[in-house]
Design a binder for this molecule. Sequence first.
Ligand SMILES: [Zn+2]
Length: 432
Amino acid sequence: MTKILIRSDYLLPGGDNWNIIRNAELLIEDTVVSYIGAQRNYPVGVIDRIIEGKNKLVMPGLVNAHTHAAMALLRGYADDMPLMDWLEQKIWPAEARLTKEDIYWGTLLAICEMIRGGTTCFADMYFHMEEVARACLESGIRASLAQGLIGLDASQGAARLEDSKILVSDWHGAGEGLITIMLGPHAPYTCPPQYLEKVISIAAELSLPMHIHLAETRGEVQDCLDKWGKRPIALMDSIGLFKQQVLAAHCVHLSEDEILTLTQRQVAIAHNPGSNLKLGSGIAPLAELLERGAMVSIGTDGAASNNNLDMLEEMRLASLLAKGSCEDPTVLPARKALKLATVNGARSLFLKEETGLLREGSQADLIMLDMDKPHFHPYHDLCAQIVYAASSADVEMVMVKGRVLMEGKKLVTVDEEKILHEANERAVRLTR
Ligand SMILES: [Zn+2]
């Protein structure tokens, strides 16, 4: 059993406890936190490795609850366009040229960025997901992966469902639980009710959660009403989607009743403020959702609509946007924002292992921030400094499942230089 000891000037356990522990110590045995508290003395030879955190802060790793990692290859390719033009003229034609290898390298590009920004776990929906799984396993980042399912064409929809089943048997629980699989019905407007019913029955049969886009734009809600006589949330409820565990991305355009339905059915909601703003989709009613007790987490969405995968920035944006849109600075205070970006994210992925917070028995998914920077001083309230002043450049060390993925700002499990080179070459070919 490998024992790693982290000594840090400051430690935030997270979960419901955002009180700083000074001069803290965290003992990791293999993948699990076995002690957290005051520093102790150990006999010589008991500890395999000590990581010193002078002027550093250790906290749970950030969880990106909704993204399309490989879209990092399309970052900056098409911006400032109306959503449908953006999709039809730029994104879909480029995606049609994506090969399996492109997905692998594009995902690795996203993983480099996510690790550098302190993300230890993410929920992804795309295609060729076995390549995404391979990239995650190699890099050591935790992920919950869903093959995007589109059911507009019956035979293609059925084929993609078969791919999903293969993905489940090949990858669900791989890397000793590092990788888990969800089913990924893309959205109500790409998956008609009949097809969704099939997906739901397979999710029930295999006991898998589902990851879906819901109520992202006003147009989507209107089209759904025109076509099916119901708004998206009501339609999904009527066909039994919410009887299973569901991670719903966006949920921007919601009525009072829909907020109630999502809360009562315990649907996990991934809030993507950056993408919703950039695509002009609107502003999700975050304060109302939280007030009702909804399970809300934070996602970046893909890098083609954000344009980064920076969870510290996304957390700050979520908090500021909620305050500004409600004209109320007490909405989404710093500790609550931290909770959304960590433990709520982990719970929204329905993982069996305990992640998103640090306590004895939880997984050692954590990050270390360098607090010796002007923008952190003075140390009045370190939680507020992290939410309102920190940047991804402050992340110094990242660990997932007890394995160090970045140390001294150097990525140690992947060849970053090669990944940047491959990604650039492939991006040129895709968009030529
Ligand atoms: Zn999305």
